[in-house]
Write a new protein. Structure first.
Length: 101
């Protein structure tokens, strides 16, 4: 069985705080979209903590590419973000990046 690490709420809040601070460098962003399932909670929290409007569908994100932050919980292999962001220039954020090439 795979080893799992379960994040405690304080770690999630710390990650959101870090992302929100980093967003100060991206003043052109207006929207945030969370990749289902793990990114939805983070995107919602980021939306509440900033002036970014939460987008419920990827089609909304596609319509506002350069102004949308795409959020996921963990960048493990990077496959999900690559599939979502292919052929488009999105700003992305994850709670955990497993240092993939």
């Amino acid at each position: 069985m795979d080893d799992f690490y379960f994040y405690v709420w304080e770690e999630v809040e710390e990650a959101v705080n870090t992302i929100v601070t980093e967003l100060e460098s991206f003043p052109d962003l207006k929207y945030v979209y969370g990749i289902p399932r793990g990114g939805v909670v983070l995107a919602t929290m980021i939306s509440y903590r900033t002036e970014l409007e939460y987008l419920q569908t990827f089609q909304q994100a596609e319509a506002n590419k350069s102004e949308t932050l795409i959020v996921d919980d963990i960048c493990d292999s990077g496959i999900t973000l690559k599939m979502i962001c292919k052929d488009h220039m999105y700003t992305t954020a994850t709670m955990v990046n497993e240092d993939n090439p």
